[in-house]
Write a protein that binds this ligand. Structure first.
Ligand code: RFL
Ligand code: PHB
Length: 395
């Protein structure tokens, strides 16, 4: 039997960033991760970091490579039916920017720092189960290399994503959940080709949404809206590139450099919030508590703001004995979560084609886009939300 202060379930960005910050503050923690380190690094996900996320990664001490290699974006582009628009994020958000730096790289950097610090991460921990989370003596059991093990702790941080075990450990009767499932997914393709545009381009088109993103000057990331019923077998690389060219502005399609796919996968789109983000000694962080469609680039950033709140709370608890602040955790997180859920939902509704939508609905979408992109108030609205809203203080 081993003992730690905070048992962290999941070594995705939430778990690793929380672990790193706690270690810096001298708060002992252990991470239990179901998969191997290589598997975690093979998942291609987010690309856009808000200023608050960048600052927190820096504070954790894992920001050196991000600062050297991350691409600062002061704007983002849109297109509607092939017509190209630029949104000056810096101008319309009062001077803020975003940084394009892949989640995989953030994870890699945090893993390296954790290794350097000599902190414990148990990869391939099977059958993780939480026990007595309502009591003063919670503990976690798991299987590793054919051994049944037990980890005692003061608190459990559930950083184990949407399908993890942490949220499922809260009694059903205590869970307050909200969900919306969209009738489509995103098919993503990564390739070692130069990005088609300097900025990201969010493209609304009657054939469906497309996004042109990037990881570096030589690596592109593209997405296509596809029906929920599509599987990866329905899409060849050639078909992907052809469809992308149809949905993006003509001049961009002409200069698009195609190349072999490093990865292709489909992600379903949903909005989900579990308002019970704390139960007894358990805290939920990141995707274990909420999911947003990727259209607003908010998922990883919300995870980082949960981490910031949890970290500041643990510091108050361990340095000042302030357990009275525990109920503030979900109040602070949820205020920001719902605003990001709203923005991601709004961007999704504005830019995607719904199977049920009529010619009338498409015209209304077009008018809404036209209004927002040509109004100072509309541009400020998109820019402020995209670069990230502020986070409340614990007290
Ligand atoms: P993760 O990354 O899912 O990590 C959870 C970890 O927990 C492990 N785990 C368990 N460990 C032990 N026991 C169990 N029972 C366990 N069950 C699960 C898992 O193996 C995993 O390692 O959650 P985390 O850390 O909260 O991070 C959240 C982010 O990954 C997610 O919000 C973003 O990727 C969302 N997202 C984006 N977010 C942004 O902020 N900007 C973007 O540009 C952006 N683009 C995206 C995205 C997500 C996408 N997909 C694939 C859903 C683009 C896409 C396509
Ligand atoms: C990405 O680069 O993977 C990405 C960028 C912006 C989004 C979603 C995904 O809104």
């Amino acid at each position: 039997m081993t003992k730690t202060k905070v048992a962290i379930i999941g070594a995705g960005p939430s778990g690793l960033l929380l672990g790193q910050l706690l270690t810096k503050a001298g708060i002992d923690n252990v991470i239990l991760e179901r998969k191997s380190g290589e598997y975690v690094l093979s998942r291609i996900r987010a690309g856009v970091l808000e200023q608050g996320t960048v600052d927190l990664i820096r504070e954790s001490g894992a920001g050196a490579r991000m600062d050297a290699d991350g691409l600062i974006h002061t704007g983002t582009d849109f297109s509607f039916q092939g017509e190209h628009y630029h949104l000056d994020l810096e101008k319309y958000s009062g001077g803020k920017q975003v940084v394009v730096y892949g989640q995989t790289e953030v994870t890699r950097d945090l893993m390296a720092e954790r290794k350097k610090a000599g902190d414990v991460t148990i990869y391939e921990a099977a059958n993780v189960q939480l026990h007595d989370i309502e009591s003063d003596n919670p503990y976690v059991t798991y299987e590793h290399q054919d051994e049944n093990l037990r980890l005692d702790c003061d608190y459990v941080a559930g950083c184990d994503g949407f399908h993890g075990v942490s949220r499922k450990s809260i009694p059903k009767t205590e869970l307050e959940e909200y969900e919306k499932v969209y009738p489509f997914g995103w098919l993503g393709l990564m390739s070692d080709t130069p990005p088609v545009n300097d900025e990201l381009v969010y493209c609304a088109h009657e054939r469906g949404f497309a996004l042109c993103s990037m990881r570096s000057a030589t690596r592109s990331r593209y997405y296509l809206q596809v029906p929920n019923t599509d599987t990866i077998e329905d899409w060849s690389e050639e078909k992907f590139w052809e469809e992308l060219k149809r949905r993006i502005p003509k001049e961009m399609a002409e200069r698009l450099v195609t190349g072999p796919a490093l990865e292709m996968s489909i992600a379903p789109l949903r909005s989900y919030v579990c308002e019970t983000m704390q139960y007894g000694k358990l805290f939920l962080l990141g995707d274990s508590a909420h999911i947003v469609p990727p259209t607003g680039a908010k998922g990883l950033n919300l995870a980082a703001s949960d981490v910031e709140t949890a970290y500041r709370l643990f510091v108050k608890i361990y340095q000042e004995g302030r357990t009275d602040l525990i109920p503030r955790y979900q109040e602070v997180c949820l205020a920001r979560v719902w605003k990001s859920v709203r923005f991601s939902w709004w961007m999704t509704m504005l830019l995607h084609r719904f199977p049920s939508s009529s010619r009338f609905d498409f015209r209304v979408q077009q008018a809404e886009f036209d209004y927002f992109i040509n109004s100072e108030a509309g541009k400020s609205n998109i820019a402020e939300n995209y670069v990230g809203l502020s986070l409340e203080k614990l007290e």
